[in-house]
Write a protein that binds this ligand. Structure first.
Ligand code: NDP
Length: 285
């Protein structure tokens, strides 16, 4: 059956993926190391396989969503992949995806790697999307199944590109999340309410979000001298107040100190008159 699929791994995410396929009316075979996690899906019409090998034998399309690369390797080496299309939606690195692509292809199967940009309750809802990379024809063949998870964003033939895009988004997200926590630690140091402060922070981050687009233009061109209104030297000097105030308030400055060092080093290297984006030269290898 061309529209059937197998899902290996029924953690929070694998269960959501299998659920989305069932909702779309597709026959789904599921397997999980701990067999009890198959029950809710079987209740919705899925077929539980007794082993990963049995599950892989049931469908041409095999979606893999396990904990990490090591668990994917451990499970896939127990099955026969010949003639299958393996779509690995387990979080990993570009190198892991490229190495897995090579190994899976050697087994006589097709391979796509993916990066899920959603939490499990968002799967199948607006706002969820998944990056895919690998052979375009393989992506096109199974696109309708992928679209049941959310938006399907194909990013290129190199199997490492989905993980690269995924981790780049997460790098931006964690930089912001950790900054939010630093802000709340500072507010809480005076016993003030983070909840009352939150709208100010949310509004500020929104107002500053033009940086995403502006920095992108400079990251591509390598020219950090356009429309300089807040030069790096000034920002390096002002930034010093962040770790000092944190220390004075009894808040850790361990997150801020390395950021301050980057600004100072770039300014000392003679780039103080440029935009903040200039610091990317210290991050690139
Ligand atoms: P869970 O911890 O809920 O599930 C982990 C799954 O991996 C379980 O099915 C578990 O089986 C299985 N597993 C772990 N080790 C092995 C092993 N050695 N052999 C066989 N099976 C194994 O994680 P999630 O479902 O939330 O996440 C799955 C993947 O999706 C991860 O790579 C995660 O990074 C990614 N992801 C998750 C998101 C989220 O918000 N949850 C968001 C985006 C991506 P068992 O039940 O037997 O323990």
């Amino acid at each position: 059956n061309a529209t059937s699929a197998t899902v290996l791994g029924l953690g929070a995410m694998g269960s959501a993926l299998a659920g989305a396929l069932l909702t779309a009316g597709r026959p789904v075979t599921v397997w999980n190391r701990s067999a009890d996690k198959t029950k809710p899906l079987v209740g919705r019409g899925a077929t539980a396989a007794g082993s990963a090998a049995e599950a892989v034998a049931a469908s041409e399309l095999v979606i893999v969503c396990l904990l990490d690369d090591a668990s994917v390797r451990e499970v896939l080496k127990t099955v026969s992949l010949a003639g299958r299309t393996v779509v690995n939606l387990t979080n990993g690195t570009p190198r892991q995806a490229r190495e897995l692509a090579e190994w899976v292809t050697e087994q006589g199967a097709k391979f796509l790697d993916g990066g899920i940009m959603a939490i499990p309750p968002m799967i199948g809802q607006p706002g969820a999307f998944v990056f895919y990379s690998g052979p375009k024809d393989v992506f096109d063949t199974h696109r309708a199944a992928f679209d049941t998870f959310g938006g399907s964003n194909y990013v290129g033939e190199d199997p490492g590109l989905a993980a690269l895009h995924d981790l780049a988004l997460l790098s931006g997200m964690y930089g912001q999340f950790i900054g939010v926590l630093q802000a709340y630690a500072l507010i809480r140091s005076e016993g003030l309410s983070a909840v009352e402060f939150a709208p100010l922070l949310g509004g500020w981050l929104t107002a500053m979000s033009n940086f995403v687009q502006e920095a992108a233009v400079e990251a591509d061109s390598g020219d950090y001298t356009r429309n300089v209104v807040s030069n790096l030297g000034m920002q390096a000097a002002a930034f010093e107040n962040l770790p000092i105030a944190a220390a004075d308030q009894g808040v850790s400055s361990e997150l801020l100190a390395p950021l301050h060092q980057l600004l100072l080093r770039r300014a000392a290297d003679g780039h103080g008159a440029e935009n903040l984006t200039s610091v990317i030269e210290l991050l690139k290898k």
